[in-house]
Structure formats: C-alpha cells, structure tokens
Design a binder for this molecule. Structure first.
Ligand code: GLN
Length: 543
C-alpha cells in the first residue's frame, strides 16, 4: 500500500551540549533510520560552524575523512554515516558550513541584492541559515528533515545557528519541528554517582537563547536509573518518556535498536503530529547479529599515513564492517604507517601475518615510497591486495619500476620523474585554487567481463565517486598490457583508466575511485566483500 505523505515537511533539530564528540551524527542517523523504517522519507543535514567553505581543504588529522557525495560535494564525515544508515544519497545541500553561509551572503551583498541595507548576523546570516535548512524541505522529497547542528551549545560559533532554530520554530508553528538535545551524564567513580548538573546547565544555555528542547538524549557509560531520568525531566522541562539513554555500545549499528527500545521514534512522531506506522527493521537486526557474532576473525593491513587517527579512514573502516558481516567474519584492521615500510625487511615484519593488504588514499609524496613497498610485498607474496586512489597509483608505479623496468617511474605529484606513469590530468594543469577543484563525484566506468572486478559487481556498467587530481597515464597503456597488468575498468567517455588488475595474482585490484563512499549496511560494497572473501581464502590456504 502506498503511504500518504504528511502535507507539511517536519523538521528535527539535533543540538549537542556539555562536550563535543558525543555522537550527534549517530543519534541523528539512528532517529532517521527508525523513521525511515516506519515508512517516512527522511534526509539528514549537517550544519558545521567553521569558516572553511567545505572540509575539502582540511587536514584529515584536524577533521577526519572528507566524505564525497554523488554530486561531488566534499563534506563532513557524518554524511557518510547518514548514507550508510539510510542507504540513500546525500548532496551538497546536506552539508553547509559557516564559511559557505558567509560566502553566499557576501556574494549577495556584492551583487547589490540587499539594496543598500546594512548587512548583519541577524537577520541576514540567520536568514541564509534558515534558507539552507528549508531548501531540503521545499522539494517535497522528504517528510522529515533532520538537521544536525555541529559544535556545542554555548560556543560563540554556534549562536547564529541556535538563533536560526529559534526563529524557524516560530515560523513553522506547533508540531512541525522538534529539538533533540544530546548531552553527557558523567560518572564520578570516586563517589559512584552519575551527575545531571552539566545537562541542566546545557539546557539552561539553550533556554537563554530561546530554545526549549523536546527530547533529551543522554550519553552515559552506566545505565541511568528512574531517579536520574525523573530528575532530568523535572529540571529540564521535558516529558519523562522524552529522556532517552544513550549508553556506550560495542558497535554504532546497535544505536538505532537501543533508541527503538526506548521509543525515541515514537516520542518524535507524537511531538511532530505524525501518524504511528508499523516498523520493519528486521534487515538491520540481522546485520547487527552478524556483526556481533562473527564466525572468525581475519587481519587486514590498512597502509596509510594518517594511521594515528582512524577517523581519517572512516568510510574504509565502516566498509570493512559491512563486508565482514556479509562474509560472517570480523575484519580486524591493523593500521600500518607507510613511512615505517622502508624496505623489504620492514615490509615482511609489518605485513607478514596479514590476510590482506589495503593501500589507502592520500595526498603528497610523504609516505608514498612505503606504500609502493607494501604493494611490492603483496604482489610478490601473492597476498590479496586492494589499492584505493593513491593506493592504485602506487600499484601502477610499483609495477612500472619492478616489472616494466622503468627506473625512477613515479607520479608527478611526488616530483619530476623520467616515467610519469601517473600524471596530472590535462584539465588540472592550469588549476591554482585548492578548494573544490579536484575530479569530484560520480563518473561511469565500463568493466571487462571475466575480471575480478566484474565478478564482484556482476555488471558491466558501474558508477563510482572520485576525489583526485592525478590519473593513470595512457601513454604507457600498452607497456602495462603486454606485461600483465590490465586496465579492466575504463571511463567510457574519457578513456581514463579506473581499475587495474593483475590477472595472474590471486586478488590484486587497484581502483582510481573511492568505493568506500558507497558501502552501506543494506548494500555492502561488492569490491570490499570480494576482497574480504579473498583474504579469508588466503588465510585458510596458509594453514
Ligand atoms: N593524491 C592523489 C591524486 O590527487 C590521490 C588522491 C586520493 O588518494 N584521494 O590523484
């Protein structure tokens, strides 16, 4: 039966208090998942209070991975969670930063669109924030738009956003919006007590800005008893059933189920005046069961240079959770700093026990030689190998140097080389601005039948997302072909090489694009699934 959509788009604002990194993204995605499982069309948006126009220019050490959408937007990594949970694509409009808001307002001012008025934070910046929030709702594609406000209540940077929420709630009228506030209940081990005071203060800070939260989600290490819930409800002016516990769990994928148990979705539905519909969350439950009860564990090396901060590889890490579950195993990722793989001996010591080797994306020449050494180890020892973006480029360089005997072959990204087997794309040559100027977003790719990639995708035509400036140099295509490295994926419009394989090797696949951006709980990425399967087979063959 086709469900009738509510006539008015409903808005949920998710704010955070007390501390950062409490998991607003996961709570937003969990609520969205539950509403989606009840037949509502939901999208999630993230508003980031920093001045960068987008996170594309941020160092992964500062902000974790930069996630890329189908339409080529470089966005916050939380959008990755949204897509993985909801299995539906996001776009540029789903991530807005203060930098972009100001840029839009200043551009408008330069065009004279404010007709001589003094341009101010209120109303001009707040109007632009409200426009960006409502934009997702105006297309009538969604019943519910969830907007996550980055940062912590009380920060100077967050103020215009909270003010915009206050104004919007008035504009939208009753039952058309709610505020979910996520805070921390710290545990004092010396006295064995959970403390509610920071939450009370955080809600007060929101109230000072004219916003009363409707639902409180309390992050905690220990279960909250009835007393604590009642106390928080009383002091913070919310219903007792709107105080929700968010206890630490071993996998983020369990959070929606925990929220469901406490009726977070039903409380939201009631407050938004939506109808209660049946829920179907069985596929999600099956997935969580598989994640929690793997049949065995395999170790895969993730070779990269940002290994101290796993958030820098968030989508790759999550793709392995999905692919592990699909194969009934737990993939234990061993982070190997590529700068440490200085020679063959180091490669043996660091990679010798691995069931598979993934060489990660990256920028700049630092760590590149170590990645090339890791590829060589995988190739020579017939260990399953998966190279992503720079990882694929390193595979090409390694093959050129050691099989094609092109001494000093390399990527022009690392400096001049006699054999530029990886080179800057023609259209990139005049580009000087860094922000948003790479080859970004989804491009088509045609696969060769009989290749490992084709076997994984089971389709000749695929589309994958990109984020890079350099490419396989087609000048050397024949050299590679005649020596056993095959380009098995080609962009049909430009002839750019998107995938290389070594057919003789048990599983050696390098991809110029980023498959990790498209892996979701419902659709684990076929290449990750196939790579994990190859790693399991390798492990069993070693015994
Ligand atoms: N630095 C390489 C390029 O720009 C690879 C980028 C990546 O790994 N995302 O082509």
């Amino acid at each position: 039966m086709v469900k009738e959509s509510p006539t008015q788009t409903k808005y949920v604002f998710v704010t955070g208090g007390v501390a950062s990194s409490l998991g607003k993204g996961i709570i937003s995605a969990s609520l969205a998942k539950l509403l989606q499982a009840r037949g509502y069309r939901v999208t999630i948006q993230k508003l980031d209070p920093y001045l960068n126009v987008d996170p594309g220019t941020l160092n992964p050490y500062e902000h974790g991975e930069c996630y890329v959408t189908e339409d080529g937007a470089e966005t916050d990594l939380d959008l990755g969670h949204y897509e993985r949970f909801l299995n539906s694509p996001t776009s540029q409009g789903n991530n807005v930063t203060t930098g972009r808001i100001y840029q839009n307002v200043i551009n408008k001012e330069r065009r004279g669109e404010f007709l001589g008025k003094t341009v101010q934070v209120i109303p001009h910046i707040t109007d632009e924030i409200k426009r960006c929030i409502k934009l997702l709702g105006t297309k009538k594609q969604f019943d519910v738009v969830i907007t996550e406000i980055g940062g912590t209540v009380g920060d100077i940077e967050s103020l215009p956003y909270i003010e915009a929420v206050r104004q919007l709630r008035n504009d939208l009228g009753p039952q058309n919006s709610i505020v979910v506030h996520l805070t921390l209940i710290p545990y004092m081990s010396a006295s064995g007590e959970l403390k509610t005071k920071p939450t009370q203060h955080s809600v007060k800070a929101l109230l000072e800005n004219g916003v009363q939260p409707d639902i409180l989600v309390l992050r905690t290490e220990k279960p909250l008893n009835e007393d604590i819930r009642r106390k928080v409800a009383l002091f913070c002016n919310v219903n007792a059933d709107a105080v929700i516990e968010s206890i630490d769990v071993p996998t983020i994928y369990e959070v929606p189920l925990r929220m469901l148990k406490q009726n977070l979705d039903l409380v939201a539905i009631r407050k938004l005046g939506l109808e209660v519909r049946d829920i179907d969350i069985s596929k999600w439950e099956e997935f969580v069961e598989k994640v929690k009860h793997p049949k065995e564990e395999i170790e895969i090396a993730l070779v990269g240079k940002y290994t101290e901060l796993p958030d820098a590889y968030k989508s790759i890490v999550e793709s392995f959770v999905h692919a592990g579950a699909a194969n009934h195993v737990k993939v234990k990722l061993i982070y190997v700093n590529s700068e440490k793989i200085t020679d063959e001996k180091a490669a043996e010591a660091l990679l010798g026990d691995m069931c598979g080797i993934l060489v990660a994306p990256g920028f700049g020449h630092r760590g590149m030689e170590g990645k090339i050494n890791a590829v060589r180890y995988a190739r020579e020892h017939n260990v399953p190998f998966f190279g992503i973006c720079l990882g694929m480029q390193c595979a090409v360089i390694e093959y050129a140097r050691n099989i094609l005997k092109m001494e000093g072959a390399g990527s022009t990204e690392a400096g001049t080389t006699p054999y530029p087997v990886i080179d800057l794309m023609e259209e990139q040559k005049g580009v000087t601005e860094k922000g948003g100027t790479m080859r970004l977003g989804a491009y088509p790719c045609h696969l060769k039948k009989g290749s490992k990639s084709y076997d994984a995708y089971r389709s000749e035509n695929i589309s994958e997302r990109h984020r890079h400036r350099y490419e396989f140099n087609n000048k050397y295509l024949d050299d590679f072909l005649t020596h056993g490295m095959e380009p098995v994926g080609i962009n049909p419009d430009t002839n750019l090489v998107e995938i290389v394989e070594i057919p003789e090797h048990r599983w050696f696949v390098g991809v110029q694009y980023h498959p990790e951006y498209k892996s979701t709980v419902v659709n684990p990425h076929p290449l990750f699934v196939a790579f994990v399967k190859a790693a399991i087979d390798y492990k069993h063959d070693q015994k």
